[in-house]
Design a protein. Sequence first.
Length: 69
Amino acid sequence: MPHRSIILTEEQDTDIAEIVRRVAREQKAVRVVLNAGETVLILPSSDLRPLPELEGAVPEGWKDAVYRQ
């Protein structure tokens, strides 16, 4: 995944929320270099699909049976 680096001291005027919005908008990772040389990688996330609805039923009293053990 293509990414760019941002050195935190150079981006002091930029709010971290703006950096995150930019990652979401451009769908490109950003590596943030902190003052101590540590790095943080911010990755965009794809939308999650909804979970499927499964057929079936939960038996009556299932919870009590689990806790009796």
